[in-house]
Design a protein around this ligand. Structure first.
Ligand code: GLU
Length: 356
């Protein structure tokens, strides 16, 4: 009797497992693609011309151009904007970030892909990494060649980005940037070349991972704060304080600082020479900008890569300046805008730059 009972239990278990495997379709992860424009959506009259117009085709046409994409995820698209990324704006960033936070709060969405022009892709990605409140993957991608170009790489980049966003291993990695079979953190990546498909690199810390026709692996963990642990939030934020960037050069005049202060800048990032250096006159103008107008000045660098260290050739405290570490000028501007927007004091600014 007991043996019969056991047999019945085993039989029922087998029936249940078989029904689960064959009776139901295994659901694909839900990935939402948010399109913003860029070369990946660009087109030209000739496949062999480098000239084209960015942001010409819509999200559905882009999805349709990627063979096999519907086999790796349940994808749907949404057009957030359709601009060349030189026209990316704080307004679009806020719209995009709010929409992502809304989508990722839902159980219906497992990951997000953003298509974007490559010119300011690293800025959008870094901004999002600081204000998206979710551990689910957000992957930004683009292309260096337009959709009508010979050897257009956009469809494979989009396929890979969807595969990354659909993979549970990508959870908790923050906002990523993926082009040319590589995965980078939003914080560490820069566009290093104006035209080459291998333009995106993380020159100091290296790639986060790699992706090959949808198969992926991660090589390291991001080591700065982002996402759920970030103290920045855009809830209720309609605009950000004005922060300008000034490019330093030999014999630079202090007038530049004064002009930006007069124009209403609340913060200035100096793309300094070398280790965040600038003429003595600019340094004195920076000191006076803070003392007389409360304008914060961050020292970054015009060099393509490297750290800007605090107290290197002078004491930062003497001039009220903040060292950007390895944040390039465009990203230092974003961090300063967010910090100013939450009313951060100068005494805590360097800690923020060392943390994010
Ligand atoms: N200027 C365009 C943009 O950023 C072209 C760069 C690109 O997408 O590759 O949208």
């Amino acid at each position: 009797m007991r043996a019969l009972k056991m047999k019945m239990i085993v039989f029922l278990m087998v029936v249940t497992i078989t029904t689960m495997s064959f009776g139901q379709e295994i659901a694909l992860p839900n990935v939402k693609i948010l399109a913003t424009g860029g070369t990946i959506a660009g087109s030209a009259s000739s496949a062999t011309s480098g000239s084209y117009s960015a942001a010409q085709i819509g999200i559905q046409t882009m999805i349709n151009a990627v063979p096999g994409i519907k086999e790796i995820a349940d994808v749907s698209g949404e057009q957030i904007s359709n601009v060349g990324s030189q026209d990316m704006s704080i307004e679009i960033w806020l719209k995009l970030a709010n929409r992502i936070n809304e989508l990722l709060a839902s159980d219906e969405v497992d990951g997000i892909v953003i298509t974007h022009g490559t010119d300011t892709l690293e800025e959008t990605a870094y901004f999002l990494s600081l204000v998206i409140k979710s551990d689910k993957p957000v992957v930004t991608t683009g292309s260096m060649r337009s959709s009508t170009s010979i050897s257009a790489e956009g469809p494979l980049n989009l396929y890979n980005a969807v595969a990354i966003a659909a993979n549970p291993e990508s959870n908790g990695k923050g906002v990523m940037v993926s082009l040319n079979d590589q995965i980078h953190t939003a914080r560490d990546v820069s566009k290093m070349n104006t035209t080459n498909v291998n333009s995106f690199q993380s020159p100091i810390k290296g790639m986060l991972g790699g992706v090959f026709y949808g198969r992926l692996g991660f090589f390291r963990e991001p080591n700065t704060k982002f996402g759920n642990t970030s103290e920045f939030s855009i809830t209720g934020v309609k605009e950000l304080p004005r922060v300008d960037i000034i490019y330093a050069y030999a014999d630079m005049s202090p007038d530049l600082i004064n002009m930006h202060v007069k124009a209403g800048a609340k913060g200035i990032v100096i793309a300094g020479v070398g280790n965040g250096n600038m003429t003595d006159a600019i340094l004195r103008a920076a000191k006076s900008a803070y003392e007389n107008h409360g304008v914060f000045v961050v020292r970054s660098t015009r060099a393509a890569t490297g750290w800007v260290l605090r107290d290197n050739e002078f004491k930062d405290d003497d001039y009220h300046t903040i060292a950007s570490g390895d944040l390039n000028p465009a990203k230092a501007r974003i961090l300063l805008m967010l910090a100013l927007s939450k009313g951060e004091k100068l005494s805590n600014m360097q800690t923020l730059f060392d943390t994010y």
